[in-house]
Design a protein around this ligand. Structure first.
Ligand SMILES: NC(=O)c1ccc[n+]([C@@H]2O[C@H](COP(=O)([O-])OP(=O)(O)OC[C@H]3O[C@@H](n4cnc5c(N)ncnc54)[C@H](O)[C@@H]3O)[C@@H](O)[C@H]2O)c1
Length: 142
């Protein structure tokens, strides 16, 4: 089963982040510009929260906080649910399902080294199944 450090080799290690005192509007603009569904909230180079599309819908819009001044700190999900590079794709899928999150920052000794989404995990599983099928076909057809 694929480990996260291997998945990050093809996905890349860059992570899109935002500061806690930036506005929710800035966060949404950044997510739209980069076409992603979540940002890691960083303070003093440490991840202190997550801001995802769902947080906007539930913590901002539904709670009447959709003002241009609302800050990310006011509505972010905290503490951060994260994964370690030696965890497997299966383990992370289980964490995402249990904790009901779609993005996991990857931390190595407290340092942010990547981020995986549910889409990345699904792609990894599909790639692995494809490889198994190809190997079986080679075995059958000689
Ligand atoms: N057609 C497109 O251009 C496009 C783009 C993004 C997602 N999608 C689709 O949307 C669905 C949901 O996607 P998802 O579950 O991957 O979530 P997502 O849309 O948030 O993530 C898309 C990609 O961006 C990366 N990403 C997200 N937030 C990031 C961050 N803060 N820092 C660094 N990388 C970040 C993810 O790891 C993933 O590789 C999937 O089916 C996906 O295929 C399509």
């Amino acid at each position: 089963m694929t480990m996260l450090w291997r998945l990050l080799e093809w996905k890349g290690r860059s992570v899109l982040t935002i500061g806690p005192d930036e506005t929710v509007l800035d966060a949404i603009r950044k997510m739209a510009a980069k076409d992603v569904g979540a940002l890691v909230v960083m303070e003093d180079e440490k991840p202190i929260g997550m801001f995802a599309e769902r947080d906007y819908a539930r913590n901002v819009f539904l709670k009447g906080k959709a003002s241009p001044e609302t800050t990310v700190r006011d509505v972010m999900a905290s503490p951060v649910i994260f994964a370690r590079p030696e965890q497997t794709v299966d383990e992370c899928m289980s964490v995402m399902t249990r904790r009901r999150v779609r993005h996991l920052p990857v931390l190595d000794d407290g340092e942010l080294i990547g981020l995986v989404s549910i889409g990345d995990l699904v792609r990894s599983v599909i790639d692995e199944q494809k490889t198994t099928i190809e190997q079986l076909e080679m075995y059958i057809h000689g």
